[in-house]
Design a protein around this ligand. Structure first.
Ligand code: IPM
Ligand code: MG
Length: 359
């Protein structure tokens, strides 16, 4: 028996108010089609609108409400355009990831047939450590972790810990066990020997607990070359925070468009769906944004809930969303970034129709 889920939506800035509602609509259609109870959604303030209304991009009541729901959809934020002091503070996704210790950022890159991929057949997942590394702002109890001793010298620190590396490595190897049983560790241990060297070595230690999984490793620079040419040869990639940030944009584009790249940010108790891309303020409000990244992130959240609550119906809803997004692309309905001419709304409506027709 499927249960009723309480999910929050944070539309965010830029294209967020277009792609997040499109995702909600599609999730609703899939949940109804599989006969599961309708999702209980609540919209929470975040981003520029929240600054204007509450004086902060991530209001306390938003964090309190998030701790009380089963999961949530986070739209992109345009924090680079916030007025000071908000612009210099930890950005909204960083704030939420840090607050809830959402340590595993799971970022698939999967090419659709007919979907304008640079490397056809790409089907990989980047498992990005989400709490430390070169993201100085995740490493401090207070402040953003950057220092400016003189106006011409800026310093940041990067941190790699055994504990955080062990837990992200387990996520990567467990995921690989459900896939093609191959993990690539990405690091820069020829230069950042102690930090990313520790990351590589701890991942290799954890690998010993998964003898069925084969392991290799690449330096971050070399891995970009392999991804551009041979993305279809990768299964699971595990890496630290900033390398994962950069590689996941690359992998999304190689698979067809950054606009299709989804992710969830998860701890063992909570999960947040968030597209890998940004808020694209240049195209906001024009009905041209690709909603696929956000839609597939929402499907990942359904899958995460299905696994957590052992809920077959919600897993079926996740399958349905993924299948019908792929079918819509294959039928030639795509937004301009993928070479099509569909608008955000038209694409979402086509997916809803395909899902409803499956009833
Ligand atoms: C991402 C984004 C974020 C990051 C930004 C918005 C803080 O680029 O989720 O990949 O750097 O992690
Ligand atoms: Mg990024």
């Amino acid at each position: 028996m499927s249960q009723q889920y309480r999910l929050a939506v944070l539309n965010g800035d830029g294209i967020g108010p277009e792609i997040v509602p499109a995702s909600v609509q599609i999730v609703d259609a899939a949940v109804a089609t599989v006969g599961a109870p309708a999702i209980d959604w609540s919209e929470l303030p975040l981003g520029r609108g929240a600054i204007d209304e509450f004086g902060t991009a991530v209001p306390e009541q938003t964090l309190a409400a998030l701790s009380d729901v089963d999961g949530w959809l986070l739209g992109p934020h345009d924090s680079a355009s916030y007025p000071e002091p908000h612009k210099s503070l930890l950005n909204p996704s960083g704030t939420i990831r840090k607050h809830f210790d959402l340590f595993a950022n799971i970022r698939p890159a999967k090419a659709f047939p007919g979907g304008n991929a640079i490397v056809e057949g790409t089907d990989l997942v980047i498992v990005r450590e989400n709490t430390e590394g070169f993201y100085a702002d995740r490493n401090t109890f207070a402040g953003t972790g950057e220092m400016m001793p003189t106006k011409d010298v800026a310093i940041m620190h990067g941190i790699i810990t055994r504990a955080a590396t062990e837990r992200i490595a387990h996520e990567a190897f467990k995921l690989a066990m459900t896939r093609d049983k191959r993990v690539t560790i990405v690091h820069k241990a020829n230069v950042l020997k102690m930090t990313t060297g520790l990351f590589r070595d701890v991942c290799r230690e954890i690998a010993a607990q998964y003898p069925e999984v084969s392991v290799n490793d690449f330096h971050i620079d070399a891995s970009t070359v392999h991804l551009v040419r041979r993305a279809d040869k990768f299964d699971v990639i595990v890496t630290e925070n900033m390398f994962g940030d950069i590689l996941s944009d690359l992998a999304g584009e190689v698979a067809g468009s950054l606009g299709i790249a989804p992710s969830i940010n998860a701890s063992s108790t909570q999960a947040m769906a968030q597209a890998s891309h940004g808020s694209a303020p240049d195209i906001a409000g024009r009905n041209v944004a690709n909603p696929i990244g956000m839609i597939l992130s929402s499907a990942m959240l359904l899958r995460w809930l299905g696994a957590k609550f052992n809920d077959e119906a919600i897993l079926k809803a996740a399958d349905l969303v993924e299948e019908k997004v792929a079918a819509t692309v294959e039928a030639g309905t795509m937004t301009p970034d993928m070479g099509g001419s569909a608008g955000t709304k038209e694409f979402a409506a086509a997916v809803v129709d395909a899902i409803t027709a499956a009833a």
